[in-house]
Design a protein around this ligand. Structure first.
Ligand code: DQA
Length: 145
């Protein structure tokens, strides 16, 4: 049983990108911590990052068959993408939206998410730990079926 952990644009630069906002941990560090937390629940992690909207959509479709849930940090697509929302709506498995930063404490254009209405839960502002919390929630939801 596998959790897809999908990361959107610019998250490949994590650790060096605006560290005062996003912290100094790298995406490899995030991978390590999500894998460790998932393993505690007997879950494997498929961890990916893309800067391309269509690639993220293809992975959400793939998760339909391959995963028990999706953890998604959509990056800037959070605030723009009807197409990623539609992909999430098309998939039955639970998804949790994660943001490293507290988007509600930032610029007004970050306060609206196209995705939040169609996911199970949203975690923002917990830094890299948010990914571990999201994996916890997927494990919880997946154990109820
Ligand atoms: C982000 C918040 C988004 O507003 C931003 O565009 C990102 C990262 C976060 O993890 O805090 O790229 O999703």
């Amino acid at each position: 049983r596998t959790v897809f952990v999908l990361n959107g644009p610019n998250l490949n630069l994590l650790g060096t990108r605006e560290p005062e906002v996003y912290g100094t941990a790298t995406l490899d560090d995030v991978r390590d911590l999500t894998e460790a937390r998932a393993a505690q629940h007997g879950l494997a992690v498929e961890f990916r990052q893309s800067n391309h909207e269509g690639v993220l959509i293809d992975w959400i479709h793939e998760a339909r068959e391959a995963a028990v849930g999706i953890v998604l940090n959509p990056g800037g697509f959070t605030h723009t993408s009807v197409a990623i929302r539609d992909a999430l709506s098309a998939v039955e498995i639970p998804a949790v939206e994660v943001h490293l930063s507290n988007v509600h404490a930032r610029e007004p254009f970050r306060h609206h998410s196209y995705l939040s209405p169609v996911v199970e839960a949203v975690i923002a502002g917990a830094g890299v730990h948010g990914y571990a919390y999201a994996v916890e929630q997927i494990a919880h939801l997946a154990s109820e079926d």
